[in-house]
Design a protein around this ligand. Structure first.
Ligand code: GLA
Length: 398
């Protein structure tokens, strides 16, 4: 699918070549109410595992599995259909789903009856990244269609609009096109009166974290696409350093969907992936086949204490405390003054990783718990863990 469209890379190099776009400052007034995404959205998305091989029956099976596996009870809510559901427009311009999705409203009813929510996908351009119908020129109509179907979440993926932006040859004009397009859909969603999570996908170009909230975004992708490889996952995850200040309730940095359970990483590496995303207060959108999960996959995705770190009410994103070669310490402030800490070992050999709590601003001895081991360690002022290669020890302090 990615060969269809080369926008993100082309856009990124345009931005790099000419310095950054001029940016609109964040505007609290224009931001969507935090209620739809007061904590980072949790759910599932079809793309990472199924890509274009997604249809009504498969989505229903994922909803069934989200409930029967216990994921819903662990906090997962959204069942998000990504690209390739789109059919054609009728004479009045109304979008219809294609033959893979015979009745979107019935599908939404099915998902809702399970206590879950349904998400969908489109593009502000004429075509989606997989070459399907986009929403350009039909924003109000499409938002109304989504609301009529009972949609609760929209991922809005730049795709072909990026070609138009690039063709202007001007960073300012390109940025205007993007801002107008994202605002247009935000207004269209608001006009329906139906609350929807609004997810911007434009691959982190032009420091979207600075203005994503001002165009109504509840989350915005900060990078290009993730793949099911340790090297890519860590490149994206650890590349989030410095972005913590842009995240808050209702507005989240999105380092892309989870690959946990898709087979390209070991259970230890998937645990690192899940831990890092939780420390980043990232949306937790599982990207695997929920109907065929190993016990390891399910245990990683549903670890209550790790999820609690991600979903902490303070809504603060974690950041790097220090790095020494392949050893990194990250910390996330928690409500009530505690901290979640990740001791990461990116090498493939076991290594000790140490944190002094003074480096986290904690002076007195603090109650320390090893989260994955589910073990209280007593009141400490520092901790030194032996961490397996590609692994992590997550601590909860306070
Ligand atoms: C882009 C997005 C992906 C996915 C595909 C669908 O690559 O970044 O997350 O939505 O498009 O075509």
């Amino acid at each position: 699918m990615h060969s269809v469209w080369r926008g993100p890379r082309a856009l990124a190099s345009l931005a790099v070549a000419a310095g950054l776009f001029s940016l609109a400052g964040p505007s609290a007034a224009a931001a969507a109410p935090p209620s739809v995404a007061a904590t980072p959205p949790m759910g599932w998305n079809s793309w990472n595992h199924f890509a274009a091989k997604i249809d009504d029956a498969t989505v229903r099976a994922q909803a069934d599995a989200m409930v029967s596996s216990g994921m819903r009870d662990a906090g997962y809510r959204y069942i998000n259909i990504d690209d390739t559901w789109e059919g054609t427009r009728d004479a009045a311009g109304v979008i219809h789903s294609n033959a893979k999705f015979p009745d979107m409203k019935a599908l939404a009813d099915y998902v809702h009856a399970k206590g879950l929510k349904l998400g969908i996908y489109s593009s502000p351009g004429p075509k989606t990244c997989a070459g399907y119908e986009g929403s350009e020129g039909h924003e109000a109509q499409d938002a109304k269609t989504y609301a009529d179907w009972g949609i609760d979440y929209l991922k809005y993926d730049l795709c072909s609009l990026g070609d138009r932006m690039k063709a202007t040859g001007s960073l300012d004009k390109a940025q205007d096109i993007e801002l107008v397009a994202y605002r247009k859909m935000d207004a269209a969603i608001s006009a329906t009166g139906r609350p929807m999570v609004y997810s911007l996908c434009q691959y982190g170009v032009a420091q979207v974290w600075r203005w994503g909230g001002s165009v109504g975004g509840n989350l915005w992708r900060t990078t290009g696409d993730i793949t099911d490889r340790f090297s890519r996952m860590t490149q994206i995850g650890f590349g989030q350093a410095g972005l913590a200040k842009y995240a808050k309730p209702g507005q989240w940095n999105d380092p892309d969907m989870l690959e946990v359970g898709n087979g390209g990483m070991s259970p230890i590496e998937y645990r690192t992936h899940m831990s890092l995303w939780a420390l980043l207060a990232a949306p937790l959108l599982a990207g695997n086949d929920l109907s065929k999960m190993t016990p390891d996959t399910l245990a990683i995705l549903t670890n209550r204490e790790v999820i609690a770190i991600d979903q902490d009410k303070a809504g603060r994103q974690g950041d790097r405390v220090h790095a020494e070669g392949p050893l990194e310490v990250w910390a996330k402030p928690l409500a009530g003054g505690g901290k979640a800490v990740g001791l990461f070992n990116l090498s493939d050999q076991p290594s000790y990783v140490e944190v002094s709590y003074a480096d986290l601003g904690l002076k007195a001895p603090v109650k320390t718990r090893d989260v994955w081991a589910a073990k209280d360690l007593g009141k400490l002022t520092s901790y030194r863990a032996l961490v397996v290669g590609h692994g992590v020890v997550v601590l909860r302090l306070g």
